[in-house]
Design a binder for this molecule. Sequence first.
Ligand SMILES: Nc1nc2c(ncn2[C@@H]2O[C@H](COP(=O)(O)OP(=O)(O)OP(=O)(O)O)[C@@H](O)[C@H]2O)c(=O)[nH]1
Ligand SMILES: [Mg+2]
Length: 589
Amino acid sequence: MDQSKIRNVAIIAHVDHGKTTLVDQLFRQSGMFRDNQALTERLMDSMDLEKERGITIASKNGSYVYKDHLINIIDTPGHADFGGQVERVLRMADGALLLVDAQEGPMPQTYFVLKKALANSIPIIVVINKIDKPAARCEWAMDQVFDLLVKLNAPDHILDFPVVYASSKEGYALEQMGDDNKDMTPVSDKIIEFVPPPSGSPDAPLQMQVNTIDYSPYLGRMGIGKVVNGTLKINKDIAVAKRDGSIAPVRVTKIFTFAGNEKVAATSAGVGEIIAVAGLDDVTVGVTFTDSENPVPLPIIEIDPPTLSMNFIPNDSPFAGKEGKFVTSRHLEERLRKETLADVALGVAPLEDAVGYRVSGRGELHLSILIEKMRREGYEFQVTRPQVIMKTVEGKLLEPYEELTIDVDEQYQGAVIEKLGTLKGQMLEMSTRNTMSRLVYKMPTRGLLGFRAKFMTDTKGMGVMNYVFADYGPYAGDIINRQNGVLVSKDNCTTVAFALFNLQERGKMFLNPGIDVYRGQIVGENCRAGDMVVNPAKGKKLTNMRASGTDDAVILTPPAKMSLEDCIAYINDDELVEVTPKNIRLRKR
Ligand SMILES: Nc1nc2c(ncn2[C@@H]2O[C@H](COP(=O)(O)OP(=O)(O)OP(=O)(O)O)[C@@H](O)[C@H]2O)c(=O)[nH]1
Ligand SMILES: [Mg+2]
């Protein structure tokens, strides 16, 4: 591959600003698909969980050809919990497309990813996206990006950034607002013009660092990265420099390049090519493949430390072992170890005083995605309430803080401010535009656990909240995340409509009638503080009671549907979430 014709570009943005949709359009319009080929939307979001949730969880590589250039695209996740990946994959990129929603403007994660791109000194092309939205304000969004760059002390040549206006959804991009263009070519043109070709030397010793791990059922684990210098040939004796500094001989037997969203086998790869190395089971993020005679490892990739941990313990509920395929502590350990090989932001350590593992990560979403993946693979286990990871520096206890940005209609502002106050939030900024208020807070990560659900209720689902890790700060004192107690089942039984109907007065139910529950299982929320033991099976069986004509038609309020994330955010220290392939239950320890 002619080095001067390669362009390696990462797409970075706040969550949902349209990165994956943009990649879709670039691929589609490159003509690489047959006309009649059935394509799914957001092709690069290939994991089931990504499709279901409409978010990107793992960054992905792909490529397309435009005007005889090979454009390697790296799609990145926008959610803050996966921000560490963005930092790592930027090492493959020689330029970045910064997407900004034309209505929302730059958001907290825009700031985070932009800072990382600037640290890599790569050129930035700004794409103001979603210009088709009726509330789009393109010039405003662009000015905001400029202000952000100034705030980040960007050098002058970056402040002069090229801009494209786009609707990735509708598949067009414009060099100037008001232009009449019907395709995405302005984006590709800017990439060729402003992203430099990769700069390494084919004659220097080989250097290829693994920046991400991918897995396929056919090829197993793959390490993905860019050939920075030299040439990587298959079946040749080379060396691998590990994270701990050791260097070992190795032979790479399979390499793949990217064509569209597929992988194509190759026998060698030259400078600037982005490749996947397969066939090595223990390849991890951060290793460098290098020359065995003349090893030159690339600098170690620093990984942001985890801020949140949970204990994963074997299931010991009365229903243990009934629904899962993998239930023992051995199973848990093996699976968690396997995950740490692919996900370097994850920490796993055995518990000292009990059976189980302490799993630490970058946030609630990061950990809950892992739990959901394991559950679907057939694992059954229990998790404890997430704890933030504290630090002691010079005798002072420190805890993680986040910067929280909230956009709500003015009418809900009071309720939100009041709640954030009780959760130890400190307001940094407040502004109102039309009837929308923007509030910026700094607050302990602890205060945010479980906050999203309350926020959604308080704002009738109309508020938008985003947060990114800010730094460690002084311990903020006690925070009470949940005011209410719970309703706990007295016995092993099957829930009965009549009983649930009576319990409705006491609180909010979590279950429908006809569900098997056990002693100690949480069946609802008490409307006051303190827990209450209840009998969700008490009362008439609907089948044999039709006498009075009034009570055979009990009207139940539908139970509060709680997702896995909701459950994790909900529980207290003396409670557990029991996770099985079939059910998610809450219980008292
Ligand atoms: N109106 C409009 N909607 C868009 C546009 N581009 C993307 N969207 C929508 O925005 C939503 C998010 O799009 P994605 O492409 O998944 O965003 P993303 O940046 O990849 O999101 P993450 O990977 O989770 O950070 C989807 O519902 C898209 O259909 C656009 O140009 N206009
Ligand atoms: Mg995406």
